[in-house]
Design a protein around this ligand. Structure first.
Ligand SMILES: [Mg+2]
Length: 419
């Protein structure tokens, strides 16, 4: 089997409401590039990339010279063709490789009549548990949804999600407002759902000392882990010395060099794997195996996903014995998907591993067309900008946190303007 064509189509799929995070905002849609790798046998494999809000169409097409004629079952050769470590100093293609690798794994599975997870040794579980992934959100004028910023609003959002999808684990995406604001919201969530477990992730917005202060203040919560409170392997290692909660990262351990340093320095407890950040399903799986052999827990990070990327997460989660935590996904924030059958369903907080060969999902061509047109109309967005805070950009550690709209300072500003 040989690759005969590579196609890329960028789509924009609406979110319920804009998602706020410590480095900017997802402005109300996810922009993802859908990759189709076609072979001389007529099979089509699917891949996906994105997350930064921009199209990757031209970057994917630029790889055609590397890919035409390649046998998609030769995944190790594919890795070395695209991710040569010296060439990567000039042209880091890890995420592009991931999108192509997903498609080649999909093709290999379809050709052999096995699921993607079977190419990694087979499934240990048929359902993958997920966490609720709670964001501070701007209110969306079209859907009327969102607007969470205080503790009571966040507890209500968590209760809604739990009722709809059955989550037993909750993740608060912090770092937008002050650390004490996050602390108040987090403790309110923990008090509202005493049977559930929790994780706090301010996206490395805090200093080491602030991380220690907040970490100590949440020690009594049933924490899964304390995720990236500050930046850096060494910063995280210092936090770990003073806070009695397992720590976790998806930011400073995203390749094998960093993973080996992390283990040798005993810097961070739990590694959050991401099939895109790590450069593919196989690379993320290999990292999971290293973590298992060194008795490290893993969880699964979400860099934003439609159904194709979600399928890679499901296949990864199915294979790893040390997946000891619910995975993250932004998926339930989406209004729609581009796969046949529409959005995958959560049952009791879990999503079932697809059953068909390969990744097990197929494109709904009408939806792709609809959301490609939406992208043409609305374009990309900057992940690291907040359109409602035009002069602001993130600095680590952050000092210029957003003020809740209902806070005294903003009320006073509004009152002054009225005068
Ligand atoms: Mg994170």
């Amino acid at each position: 089997m040989k690759i005969s064509d590579v196609r890329a189509t960028t789509v924009a799929v609406p979110l319920e409401a804009p998602l706020r995070h410590a480095n900017g905002t997802h402005w109300g849609r996810f922009v993802r590039t859908i990759v189709e790798v076609e072979t001389d046998e007529g099979l089509i494999g699917l891949g996906e990339m994105g997350g930064g809000g921009e199209s990757a169409e031209s970057a994917i097409r630029a790889l055609k010279g590397y890919l035409l004629g390649h046998d998609p079952l030769q995944l190790e050769q594919l890795y070395w063709k695209i991710c040569n470590p010296t060439a990567s100093l000039y042209n880091n293609r890890a995420q592009l490789h991931a999108a192509i690798e997903f498609a080649c794994i999909d093709l290999a599975g379809k050709k052999l009549g096995v699921r993607a997870c079977d190419l990694l040794g087979g499934a240990l579980r048929e359902e993958i548990p997920f966490a609720s992934y709670l964001f501070y959100r701007y209110r969306d004028s079209k859907t009327g949804l969102g607007g969470e910023e205080g503790a009571s609003e966040m507890v209500r959002a968590a209760r809604d999600l739990k009722r709809k999808h059955g989550f037993h684990s909750h993740k608060l995406k912090g770092g937008v407002f002050s650390p004490d604001h996050d602390l108040e919201v987090y403790l309110a969530l923990a008090a509202a759902f005493p049977q559930d477990s929790f994780r706090l992730d301010p996206n490395a917005a805090w200093s080491v000392e602030e991380s220690i202060r907040i970490g100590r203040a949440i020690e009594q919560v049933r924490n899964d882990y304390f995720e990236d409170p500050c930046w850096g392997l060494e910063g995280m290692r210092r936090v770990r010395q003073f806070v009695n909660i397992p720590t976790a990262t998806n930011t400073v351990v995203v390749n094998f060099e960093q993973l080996s340093t992390c283990i040798l320095r005993d810097a961070i407890d739990v590694i959050l794997l991401d099939t895109t950040f790590w450069g593919g399903l196989r690379q993320a799986w290999m990292a999971g195996v290293v973590c298992q052999k060194f008795q490290r827990g893993i969880s699964v990070h979400s860099s934003g996903e439609l159904g194709i990327q979600l399928a890679t997460t499901l296949h990864l989660g199915a294979t790893l014995p040390n997946l000891s935590f619910a995975a993250d996904a932004h998926y339930h924030h989406l209004l729609d998907d581009v796969i046949v059958g529409g959005k995958m369903k959560y049952v009791d907080g879990k999503i079932a591993l697809p059953n068909a060969a390969g990744l097990g999902v197929e494109l709904d061509r009408e939806k792709v067309q609809e959301y490609a047109e939406l992208f043409q109309r609305e374009g990309g967005y900057a992940y690291d900008r907040d359109p409602r805070r035009p002069g602001w950009f993130a600095v680590t550690p952050e000092a210029r946190f957003a003020q809740p709209a209902g806070s005294g300072k903003q009320k006073r500003v509004r009152a002054r303007k009225r005068k």
